[in-house]
Every structure is written in C-alpha cells, then in structure tokens.
Design a protein around this ligand. Sequence first.
Ligand SMILES: [Zn+2]
Length: 130
Amino acid sequence: MNYCPKCLDTSIRLEDKGVIHFIMNGKHQDTSQLLFSLENDNDKKIPGDFKNKIAEFMKWYSQFKNRSPIASIQVFTNNYYCKNKCAFSANLKFSIVDILIPAKEIVQIIKDTGKEYGIEVTLESEDIIV
Ligand SMILES: [Zn+2]
C-alpha cells in the first residue's frame, strides 16, 4: 500500500501512463527507463519491456572494469497523484515494486540477464530499495 507522504492517507494512485525509472548499484543511463500504460491491458507488457531495459543496462555495465556485483536496485516512477489533491515536488519517487512488477520477478529478471552478460548478481528481494 502506498501512503501519501503529505496527508498520510492510502490515497496514492498511479497515473494512467508514465515512466518507470531504475537505478542499479547507484548507476543509471539515460535509457534506464521505460514507459508504462495501464490502458487496454498494456501493463502486461511491463515485465518484458523491463527485461529488455535491464539487458541494455547489463550490456553497458559489462564493459566496466572493476565492477562490483549487482547488489541493489531502485525502481520508481514520478507519475503518481494523491486522490486528496496533495501537491508533490516533481522529483518525489514512488516505488512501483509489487504494484507494476512483483519483487520476485524483478530479482529473477536481473539474475537471468546478469548470467547472460557474465555479471555477478547478489541482489535479493530485500535489496530492492523502496
Ligand atoms: Zn495526499
């Protein structure tokens, strides 16, 4: 459940469309983002799109020297609103974990793509930053 940080009510809702951003091991590229849409079952596309974006990141990250294992990720959107019409600063982040993608699926996608690109992954569900 997402509580509004201002009115502390359970009044936070996703916008119908928006952008999901992710930061892995504190790093992100300009391409570390994907669109979401809740219309016409489009949300079913989100895990597949997320996997493609994670693969792009892994490809980039695999070129780093002295890279550390993937140990943390933050997955969030700014495209939320409060039903009580609270105003937020534009850079306030709301987690989409277990809302648009289950935590377990995020971990599995990262482990699978890490293996593909030869990158060690120690990330578990509890390492997802909310
Ligand atoms: Zn509110």
